[in-house]
Write a protein that binds this ligand. Structure first.
Ligand SMILES: Nc1ncnc2c1ncn2[C@@H]1O[C@H](COP(=O)(O)OP(=O)(O)O)[C@@H](O)[C@H]1O
Ligand SMILES: [Mg+2]
Length: 278
């Protein structure tokens, strides 16, 4: 089943007389259970697209169905927001309460969860992100990675089918990034969630099933992570640098050292280098 089905989506922000499009004819499909990465430089339209998926922005042109619900029908907006949750970039801007469990409860009540179900849903959501035991803590006392996982618990509590991470690791330190990426990977592998991972850290897209590359509001390429992330010219054309192992592959090639295949991860790089030494 298609969880996101967008055809020819265009969007312009209302900027006094200016007609610059932030999305131009974007078509995108995400199947149930897929982890799809959306890559692109700053200003390429990633967040604008994501905000269409959870009905934060109204559709101006084109068509979009989210979990089978037509985004043009305003009667569906609330249900689309419940089924498609989003974790944002800034860990400090996502909390309404100064107590973790109250914050998650607020979201649940917003979506009409019966009060007697709230405690169990909070417990399950915190468990899913490895934050059990933090119910009474203040979000502001947590590390960046913990904050993002609590924000994610708030999203998970309402049992969305699709979860969007909009540059959710950008403001985290390496440990926080690792924790959040591990949580995302587990949600995908063990809980079969449909995930949209928006990032400009290209190495994060390695875990995705499919990649869309945006540039100036258009989809300029889509394919497997291997197809997209090893194409240095394609990435350069979109103003992006490939992941480090891919850069090393090309740097070595310029020195006359040709690896059998272009590695995507540091593990693959090590394998290729070890192969050279045999
Ligand atoms: N609220 C807004 N008002 C006006 N222009 C905006 C707004 N948000 C984004 N834009 C513009 O839309 C384009 C796409 O932005 P955005 O979707 O945020 O890209 P990304 O998430 O890839 O950095 C950019 O040119 C940006 O300046
Ligand atoms: Mg953005």
């Amino acid at each position: 089943m298609k969880m996101i089905e967008g055809e020819n989506i265009s969007h312009a922000y209302d900027l006094e007389g200016s007609v610059k499009l932030s999305l131009e004819g974007v078509s995108i499909t995400v199947q149930r259970g897929e982890l799809v990465a959306i890559l692109g430089p700053n200003g390429s339209g990633k967040s604008t697209l994501a905000k269409h998926f959870n009905a934060l922005l109204p559709l101006q042109q084109g068509s979009l169905a989210v979990a089978g619900l037509d985004a043009r029908d305003s009667a569906n907006l609330w249900e689309i927001r419940r089924r498609c949750g989003m974790v944002f970039q800034n860990p400090d801007n996502q909390f309404v309460s100064s107590v973790v469990e109250e914050d998650i409860a607020f979201g649940l009540e917003n979506f009409g969860t019966p009060p007697e179900q709230v405690p169990l849903k909070i417990e399950q959501a915190l468990q899913a992100v490895g934050m059990s035991g933090y119910e009474q803590k203040s979000p502001h006392m947590l590390s960046g990675g913990q904050k993002q996982r609590v924000a994610l618990a708030g999203v998970l509590a309402v049992e969305p089918e699709i979860i969007i991470f909009d540059e959710a690791t950008t403001m985290l330190d390496p440990e926080g990034r690792r924790e959040l990426m591990e949580t995302i990977r587990r949600l995908h592998r063990e809980h079969s969630k449909t995930i949209i991972l928006i990032t400009h850290y290209l190495e994060e897209a390695v875990i995705s099933d499919r990649v869309y590359l945006l540039k100036e509001g258009r989809v300029v390429a889509q394919g497997t992570p291997r197809e997209i992330l090893t194409d240095r010219e394609l990435l350069a054309g979109a103003g992006l640098l490939p992941p480090l192992p891919v850069q090393l592959y090309y740097d070595l090639k310029e020195e006359g050292i040709v690896l059998e295949r272009c590695p995507l991860t540091s593990e693959e790089l090590v394998e290729e280098l070890a192969g050279l030494c045999l």
